[in-house]
Design a protein around this ligand. Structure first.
Ligand SMILES: O=C(O)c1cc(=O)[nH]c(=O)n1[C@@H]1O[C@H](COP(=O)(O)O)[C@@H](O)[C@H]1O
Length: 236
């Protein structure tokens, strides 16, 4: 998956629905207006691999299953997913370096066509207080940087983080890691369950390669127009 060369290619709509007909309609409307389509747990648990195949016929698929288990199990899951040829795949950085390394080794079996492996750092729905309640003091930025270092050293190609950590990650790790950024809200849109947010333009200006946007697009009366408006808002 090459880095985006146009504003529209930076956009990854999250197709979060359990309804295959709705997913197909959204994918058809958005495929030409984005860099990839994100298929996550809601659709995958409802429809499984056939949903991935249907979407892959229209655009590169970002398969967001956030794998998080012992290394042997995650490696097996990656092997099972390779025939679906996802362009990008997520796993939780909190699974530790051995888990990331096992995923990378399994993915290498697909050769040059292997998925980009993205380590999710700290979920964008978590604020400092919630993170502290789970036992992680010091705030999201420190934890994101800690998990980012472990994941990149273990073989992750990139990271998923909130827009609020992007600049710090670029400072610490430079341009090499691919950065995929959810928790993005165009001005005037409710944050909902997202805790660490910024606008699409702010995320890209800080150094995001791709932005992931779900409800502001999928909940719009005209999803294609909403996607186009977001792409137009991005810095060149
Ligand atoms: O891995 C992700 O894509 C992800 C990581 C994260 O920390 N936060 C996050 O919101 N996401 C995903 O990004 C999408 C955000 O959707 P909206 O909040 O509707 O824009 C959802 O599909 C989430 O599963």
């Amino acid at each position: 998956m090459a880095r985006p060369s146009t504003a529209a290619a930076r956009l990854i709509p999250a197709i979060d629905t359990a309804d295959p007909a709705k997913a197909a309609a959204l994918a058809a409307a958005l495929a030409a207006r984005c860099g990839a389509l994100k298929l996550g747990l809601e659709l995958f648990t409802a429809e499984g691999p056939r949903a991935v195949r249907a979407m892959a016929a229209l655009a590169p698929v970002f398969l967001d299953l956030k794998l998080h288990d012992i290394p042997n199990t995650v490696a097996g899951a990656v092997r099972s997913l390779l025939p679906l040829k996802p362009a990008m795949l997520t796993l939780h950085g909190a699974g530790g370096p051995a888990m990331i390394a096992a995923a990378r080794e399994a993915a290498e079996k697909a050769g040059a066509a292997r998925p980009v492996l993205l380590a999710v750092t700290v979920l964008t729905s978590l604020d400092a207080a919630t993170l502290a309640a789970t036992g992680i003091a010091g705030g999201p930025v420190q934890q994101v940087l800690r998990l980012a270092r472990l994941a990149l050293e273990a073989g992750a190609d990139g990271l998923v983080c909130s827009p609020q950590e992007v600049a710090r990650i670029r400072d610490a790790f430079g341009q090499a890691p691919m950065l995929v950024v959810p928790g993005v809200r165009p001005a005037g849109h409710a944050a909902g369950d997202q805790a660490r947010t910024a606008t699409p333009a702010e995320a890209v200006a800080a150094g995001a390669d791709w932005i992931v946007v779900g409800r502001p697009i999928t909940g719009a009366a005209d999803p294609a127009a909403a996607a186009a408006a977001i792409a137009e808002s991005l810095p060149a």
